[in-house]
Design a protein around this ligand. Sequence first.
Ligand SMILES: Cc1cc2nc3c(=O)[nH]c(=O)nc-3n(C[C@H](O)[C@H](O)[C@H](O)COP(=O)(O)OP(=O)(O)OC[C@H]3O[C@@H](n4cnc5c(N)ncnc54)[C@H](O)[C@@H]3O)c2cc1C
Length: 444
Amino acid sequence: MNRQEFLQKSSLLALGSAILAFSSSFKTPDTGLTNWAGNLRYSAKNVVYPTTIEELRAKVLKIKGGKALGSQHSFNTVADTTETLISTSKLNKVLSIDKDKMWVWVEGGIKYGTLGLYIDERGYAIHNLASLPHISVAGACATATHGSGGKTGNLSSAVRAIELMKSDGTLVQFDQTNPEFYGAVVNIGALGIVTKLALAIQPTFQVTQEVYENLPMSALEHHFDEIYAAGYSVSMFTHWLDKNINQVWVKKKVGDVVPKTNFYGATPATTNLHPIKVNSPVNCTDQMGVPGPWYERLPHFKMGFTPSNGAELQTEFFVPRENAYKAIMAVESLHEIISPVLFVTEVRSIAADELWLSPAYKKEVIAIHFTWKQEVEKVMKVIPQVEAKLSPLGAMPHWGKIFTMPAAEVQSRYPKFKDFLALAKKMDPQGKWKNAFLQRNIYS
Ligand SMILES: Cc1cc2nc3c(=O)[nH]c(=O)nc-3n(C[C@H](O)[C@H](O)[C@H](O)COP(=O)(O)OP(=O)(O)OC[C@H]3O[C@@H](n4cnc5c(N)ncnc54)[C@H](O)[C@@H]3O)c2cc1C
């Protein structure tokens, strides 16, 4: 199979059952543009790269339909379109810092890594980051991208105001005084093109990172909360072999006092590690307790390097925090089919928020993430089995990763789903931003 055949095949398979309903609208792609992982070749007719709001407006008014494109890190078709992709990569500036409100205004296409460096130099930080700093702010907030930290929310929970361009070229701003703000932040690209956002900032802080190896999974039954309280941000990595958590990454804010834990038999690593131990840690942020600025410790991967593994697929499910242990053991029961197609799983914790399409809407959740090998057919057979195990525990899929869960089931997990649908119809009455993903998961 050549690369083009592979990409086309995997993009079809990556949609799971969803593609069956929309395969007639799938066109031979002509832009050659793929997502970061290369498993999806966008089916857009063309891609445009506006550099100013005026240019953006001219494009928006000209096109029949389209989709905002961030840094292309999603694994499913959430950012795809058969019409025009509007890349925000050149709308990427820090606009201003409001020291009174403690907000930073940014354009939607800016990457967290660029933003982090800029605000840190001026003495500020944002509350948390994802595993990688390479993603755009608007794209990450659109899908409720998160890091870890039981007391901190996902990245979109830092948004204090947001401006979108509607399909008629007008700009609309929402802030927390408007109830619809809470629907507009995690928007999966359904409402318009996010032109700018205000994010809450705080004084800059330093973080240390320590890794512990080989935590018996059994320790989680009674000590999950204690382990996740061991730092500002805690992640566990497992390959689902021998009921073992291979690594626990503990990121501590310098100066924070955290309860001590003995990690129940896990031992401190003696050198920097990659979450997949056989990989070189050269692209990972520094560990071994060496303090560094928040934007170089909260992500697992450094800005200047390729994050994660590269040729991979990703899936992630959120379950209410109280189901953490049950969910982990439910996945563990599938270890024989998961391990052969998996690079690594990461388990993180996310605080409750108020955002309508956030999986953490009004409830603390844990996220069970899978970095799969890019063996699409095999992986697509395993994902529904993972979903079947986690669904009874209230699982919700990550909006930007691969899932096959039926739309009705996904929608039923969001108490404010109908409000979001109404907002989407109000903001985009002609359905200019509707793509196959939205058609299936939101409009069906
Ligand atoms: C190596 C790797 C590691 C990752 N780690 C994490 C992690 O730690 N935590 C996590 O939660 N996720 C993680 N992800 C997933 C990733 O954060 C999400 O898929 C995120 O949405 C990607 O942002 P993006 O800018 O690439 O958006 P894209 O994939 O380009 O777009 C995603 C959605 O956002 C919309 N969008 C983008 N820009 C705009 C805009 N300006 N206006 C309106 N809509 C817009 C698109 O239309 C689309 O619907 C990871 C992905 C990769 C590849």
